[in-house]
Design a protein around this ligand. Structure first.
Ligand SMILES: [Cu+2]
Length: 90
């Protein structure tokens, strides 16, 4: 509806060596996050608020669209020490 698809950006977050890469600086609702697992292990990108749960087999890629503003902490269900944060500005 009000989401300006033409302005949507794509940001890749790469997983390597058991860690999430740094996410993009200024995410907005409607942007697309490409989760890329370059590791040899299966990982997930799971929001603590349950707003997304992305399963990432080794060498795979999945896309999600950002649906809500605010800070969203995420982690890997298989390796809870793997954590990251999205900061969706608007
Ligand atoms: Cu993991």
């Amino acid at each position: 509806m009000a989401s300006p698809a033409a302005l949507a950006a794509e940001y890749q977050i790469t997983i390597a060596n058991m860690g999430f890469g740094a996410p993009a600086g200024s995410l907005h609702v409607g942007d697309v996050i490409i989760w890329r697992n370059d590791d040899i292990f299966r990982h997930t990108a799971t929001a603590r608020d349950k707003s997304f749960d992305v399963d990432l087999p080794p060498k795979s890629e999945r896309r999600i669209t950002v649906r809500q503003r605010g800070v969203i902490d995420f982690y890997c269900r298989f390796h809870p020490a793997m954590v990251g944060r999205l900061d969706v500005q608007r």
